[in-house]
Design a protein around this ligand. Structure first.
Ligand code: FCB
Length: 440
């Protein structure tokens, strides 16, 4: 028997999802199309041509989904708003019917004691804004801030925690550099611009929040420890660059007001000098940092250029080095990295919320082991003095895993996508027990 490890009394226990991945009915009730609507309906871009047209049908089944969360005893639920449901053209007239969906959802959660944790942007840009240049257009900081203001005015009194963006690194790397995610561009020169406009949008929305509502707002990033595949100088250098590129690029900008020096080394002449006034907008006081943690990575420089490091990041994943078990998407299970990063990222002196952590697997026993081992690391980090305020598992429910479609099963709740039947997995019941006792 191990001694029980208790979590802080106010600890947030929950699960996470995002709009396009679960809602379905993407064009219902006056919603405009998003870039994911277009991406999934273009041939050959997602596994088996799968789309979010139906997904988990959560848009219609949200009440019974809340009932399941309640059964599991979650006290927090992270979801995202579909911008183009609320503003079909991205800017301008509000679609009240779209907004009503989120009003009902928030009220439904609050009624059963579940704190809504709302992400404003989880990758589903209104297509109408993509037509105007999307994240490459400087005006997007204002478009985003206007949308954020609509949401803060509608829900700011009821939502205790907001996040501006989910994983800006993935938006840029997947959407503008490698083209594997919407809007599917592959352009070294666009990537830094998309990054910078994402961060300007983040900063501008935080400023709006301070004027409109007074609870908590943060930024969600994905962090992945980078280890050198060998002690050869070029691998060590490549590792430092990979760490700056993925882990520090966004947090340094948001928390310190500067991008890591490595960005210029990585992008060369594709990395512009950014105006100091922009950096001042980007650096806003944050109430929390949301950390999404899945795996670690070994970095090897196989002789290509520095630009190649980001141009071909996947080739850097050296599986031979990975000792932990690989999950269904081929990512190593490496719980120790979570405590390590929680400690390292405490250096910004901002409370940390784990906004995603989970495993794509058909074997629910593996999910349970994964969950337990990661919570153990969270407990260790807290014991070491890290201010970690909660843990939200990815995901509440099996869902549409972007370009990988429906095959990757991340849910505490299993979904039969033929019938939309839900089944609570055994790992979820065990998680519920941890939540109930507030200890491991
Ligand atoms: C994260 C995303 C989330 C989900 C998980 C598996 O990068 O934020 O939507 O796809 O990965």
């Amino acid at each position: 028997m191990h001694n029980a490890v208790r979590f802080p009394d106010s600890f947030l226990w929950g699960a996470a999802t995002s709009a396009y991945q679960i809602e379905g009915s993407p064009l219902a009730d006056g919603a405009g199309p998003s870039i994911w609507q277009r991406f999934t309906h273009s041939p050959g871009l997602t596994a088996n041509g799968e789309t979010g047209d139906t997904a988990c049908d959560h848009y219609r089944r949200w009440e019974s989904d809340i009932a399941v969360m309640r059964e599991l005893g979650l006290n927090a639920y992270r979801f995202s708003i579909s911008w183009s449901r609320v503003l079909p053209n991205g800017t301008g007239t509000v679609n009240e019917r779209g907004l009503d969906f989120y009003r009902r959802l928030v009220d439904g959660l609050l009624a059963v004691g579940i704190a809504p944790n709302v992400t404003l942007y989880h990758w589903d840009l209104p297509a109408a804004l993509d037509d105007r240049g999307g994240w490459l257009n400087r005006d997007i900081a204002d478009w985003f801030a206007d949308y954020a203001r609509v949401m803060f005015r509608a829900l700011g009194d009821r939502v205790p925690m907001w996040a501006t963006l989910n994983e800006p690194w993935v938006v840029t790397d997947g959407g503008y550099l490698h083209g594997v995610l919407a809007p599917g561009h592959r352009n070294l020169y666009e990537a830094p611009i998309a990054t910078h406009n994402l961060m300007r949008a983040h900063g501008t929305a935080v400023q709006v929040y301070r004027a409109e509502a007074k609870r908590a707002i943060g930024l969600v990033v994905n962090l992945e420890p980078k280890y050198a595949a060998s002690q050869r100088d070029e691998d060590v250098v490549a590792t430092r660059l990979a760490d700056a590129y993925m882990n520090r690029q966004y947090l340094d900008a948001a928390c310190l007001g500067s991008y890591p020096d490595e960005m210029r080394e990585i992008f060369g002449d594709a990395w512009p000098e950014w105006p100091a006034a922009d950096m001042a907008v980007i650096k806003q006081p944050l109430d929390f940092i949301g950390v999404n943690y899945y795996t670690r990575d070994f970095v090897r420089n196989s002789g290509y250029t520095l630009a190649g490091l980001v141009g071909d990041a996947e080739a850097e994943r050296d599986h031979r080095q990975q000792r932990g078990k690989l999950n269904d998407l081929g990512w190593e299970v490496y719980p120790e990295g979570l405590a390590q990063f929680l400690r390292e990222y405490s250096r910004y002196k901002i409370p940390i919320l784990i906004t995603e952590n989970g495993i794509p697997t058909q074997r629910d026993d593996d999910r349970w082991v994964f969950l337990f081992m990661h919570l153990w690391q969270v407990a260790r980090a807290i014991a070491d003095g890290v201010d970690c305020v909660g843990y939200l598992h990815w995901s509440l429910i099996d869902n549409f895993e972007w370009a990988d479609g429906y095959k990757a099963r991340f849910g505490l709740i299993e979904v039969d996508f033929e019938t939309q039947e839900r089944r609570i997995r055994p790992s979820a019941w065990r998680y519920a027990e941890i939540i109930r006792r507030n200890e491991l």
